[in-house]
Design a protein around this ligand. Structure first.
Ligand code: GLN
Length: 477
């Protein structure tokens, strides 16, 4: 089945004309058709435009015309990333009729690379969640076990990649939303350094935390995809003007003598089967010549608390623009302007965005700002410093991606705090703005477990290489 191809394989076979983009796209679309009733990984499937684009690429290739770097490869895009003329809902009712007039920069880059966009993937509403259950469009199921969640908030992207409903996908990560679903679905997820990838046209959740990144079948695929989407964008002043390395060409270097830190705080109180599994994976890396050292990140324990002040504060500001006037859902039964605002927001947002808007508005309000938001910003600096200190001693950190195995649908929906705790190992990385990747380790009870590799700022190459070496040398369980 062509839909099973990795991004790397698809590029080679398309370039050599061994396969056509039309056949590859049809294979992906038929996976979608067969599996979507079970999985619900997509909010929108754009079959017709995808096939037209695929045929166009095939014709260009046949004529020997120049084509883009990923020409003819099907891709799925998380539905919080703007796609011109294609419904973009952010998983919310309030954007249920929103057709963007412009492309996000990452969408533009995918189009310039001549990918075939097959659709928009399901997600927690405005990327708020760890299970893809808060979507207005119903939950996505985990392809590995349909009674379990795929993780979130990029659960649709991770499920689509795991189920061969696309060749690769884009997700966004504010506190773990690329890495945690990648871990739950047994695929690779990379959150780049803050500023590495443009956020232009990506609906903001927590602007100081959000990053776009790839979800893929292999580490090499993540490297290839990052090369395409990374880089300075003059439309995003937080994107940084630094050369984009050829990530995919720099894989497979020896890790002999590299130092891996195991932060003790990340191994406390987690499922012992996961701990054991990650220790086994670390042994693999040690047998490739890496040195393993125990380290401590004392401020990590405050990271989740800091996140749940800073993120909702930014959410309350970022979501203020959805007012039922400019675009999106507008309540029909409103009598005046104020009622339009109130009713559109009351009916347009689900419980999770509302909860966060309220927490954020409170934390930012006069009298509380200093006690909460300002304090959280100070502790944020300390969490960041922890990493800076530890990276003087080690090259990368290895941790579990998630403290728990993929949980059952409905299991944590009534207890937001339990849901928030699912991100305890991923959130600190966003607080510090550094890169991290989740790569499948061995399984526990037939369920995927992700190993997280965290690196210093701008050192995506290091974590990709470490993940690649592990992937290539992994024992089959
Ligand atoms: N699950 C986390 C939250 O609910 C992270 C979400 C994300 O990374 N977008 O905030």
């Amino acid at each position: 089945m062509l839909s099973k191809l990795t991004l790397e394989e698809a590029i080679i076979k398309l370039d050599s004309k061994e396969i056509s983009s039309e056949d590859l796209t049809r294979s992906v679309l038929s996976s979608i058709e067969n599996k979507e009733k079970d999985l619900n990984a997509y909010i929108t499937v754009d079959a017709e435009n995808a096939l037209n684009k695929a045929k166009l690429i095939d014709t260009k290739r046949a004529k020997g015309e120049k084509v883009g770097k990923l020409a003819g490869v099907p891709v799925a895009i998380k539905d919080i990333i703007s796609t011109k003329d294609l419904l973009t809902t952010a998983g919310s009712k309030i954007l249920s009729n929103y057709i963007p007039p412009f492309d996000a920069t990452v969408t533009k880059k995918l189009k310039e690379a001549d990918t075939v966009i097959v659709g928009k993937t399901n997600m927690d509403e405005f990327a708020m969640g760890s299970s893809t259950e808060t979507s207005y469009y119903g939950p996505t199921k985990n392809p590995r076990d349909l009674t379990r969640v795929p993780g979130g908030s990029s659960g649709g992207s991770a499920a689509a990649v795991a189920a061969d409903e696309t060749i690769f996908a884009l997700g966004t990560d504010t506190g773990g939303s690329i890495r945690q679903p990648a871990s739950f679905c047994g695929v690779v997820g990379l959150k780049p350094t803050y500023g590495r990838v443009s956020r232009r046209g990506v609906f903001a959740m927590g602007s100081s935390l959000d990053q776009v990144g790839p979800i893929t079948k292999t580490v090499k695929d993540a490297a290839i995809a990052l090369e395409v989407i990374a880089g300075k964008d003059k439309l995003d002043s937080t994107s940084v003007d630094m050369e984009v390395p050829e990530y995919s060409k720099n894989l497979g270097k020896s890790i002999k003598g590299m130092r891996i830190g195991l932060p003790q705080e990340y191994f406390e109180g987690l499922d012992s089967r996961i701990a054991e599994n990650i220790h086994k994976a670390v042994e693999r890396l040690a047998s490739e010549g890496a040195q393993v050292v125990d380290v401590s990140l004392p401020y990590t324990k405050y990271a989740l608390a800091v996140y749940y002040i800073i993120m909702p504060s930014e959410v309350s500001a970022n979501l203020a623009k959805y007012d039922g006037i400019k675009y999106g859902y507008s309540a029909k039964d409103a009598e005046n302007l104020m009622e339009t605002y109130l009713k559109s927001r009351a009916k347009g947002f689900g419980p999770e965005p509302k909860r966060r808007i309220m927490i954020g508005a409170y934390a930012l309000s006069s009298g509380y700002y200093e006690a909460y938001y300002l304090k959280a910003q100070k502790v944020r600096a300390l969490v960041k410093q922890d990493y800076e200190e530890v990276f003087k001693k080690v090259d990368v950190l290895v941790t579990p991606t998630s403290p728990v195995l993929p949980f059952k649908i409905g299991e944590k929906m009534t207890d937001p705090l339990q849901m928030y705790l699912a991100d305890v190992y991923t959130v600190p990385v966003n607080i510090a703005g550094i890169p991290a990747i989740s790569v499948p380790a061995n399984e526990v009870m037939d369920l995927p477990v992700g190993m997280q590799i965290i690196g210093p700022q701008w050192e995506e190459e290091k974590i990709l290489n470490m993940a690649y070496v592990y992937e290539q040398n992994k024992e089959v369980s």
